[in-house]
Design a protein around this ligand. Structure first.
Ligand code: HEM
Length: 138
């Protein structure tokens, strides 16, 4: 029974983390179109609060994933591929932190179109991870 509760909260926390991974780059799209002033400062505040909120969610989601893997001994080729994709997600999360810092210091060099493409990467990773963990193709 404990395994199912851990998996249930793993899925809840992964979902909450992804809400941030989907929304933060959208704020960056708007920041890239905004000129310095009240709107820019408001968007910057939203981005900072969201990043601070989604980081502990990521840590908890991954902690429960590790618990499922190491605590209940669930493994397989699919999990190794999944962990590689989780590595990509962690890199993306950290990259968002650096992009936020560039906006905060008014040294962002990417346009809003770049951020629209940047926003799509978590979608691709989510689809791949969910297929791996549900279908377990290998
Ligand atoms: C350190 C990172 C992670 C580890 C070690 C991990 C490990 C696991 C394990 C062992 C399971 C149980 C599989 C089963 O019961 O058959 C699981 C379930 C799941 N994981 Fe993760 N996970 C991690 C991160 C993630 C991330 C980032 C996502 C989303 C992109 C994710 C999505 C899921 C989903 C949707 C399930 C439920 C699958 C099902 O009910 O069959 N996990 N995870």
């Amino acid at each position: 029974m404990a395994y199912l509760y851990v998996k249930a909260f793993h899925i809840v926390l992964v979902t909450a983390w992804f809400a941030g991974l989907f929304y933060l780059p959208r704020i960056f799209v708007n920041l890239a179109m905004a000129s310095p002033g009240a709107e820019y400062d408001r968007l910057l505040l939203m981005a900072r609060k969201l990043y601070r909120f989604m980081t502990p969610l990521a840590v908890l989601a991954l902690a429960l994933g590790l618990w499922l893997w190491l605590g209940f001994g669930i493994s397989g080729g699919w999990l190794h591929a999944k962990l590689a994709l989780v590595g990509v997600l962690l890199g993306y999360h950290a990259w968002c932190g650096r992009l936020y810092a560039a906006f905060a210091e008014h040294r962002n060099r990417h346009g809003h179109v770049w951020f629209r493409w940047f926003n799509e990467l978590p979608v691709l990773v989510l689809v791949a991870v969910v297929v791996l963990v549900v279908v377990k193709p290998f």
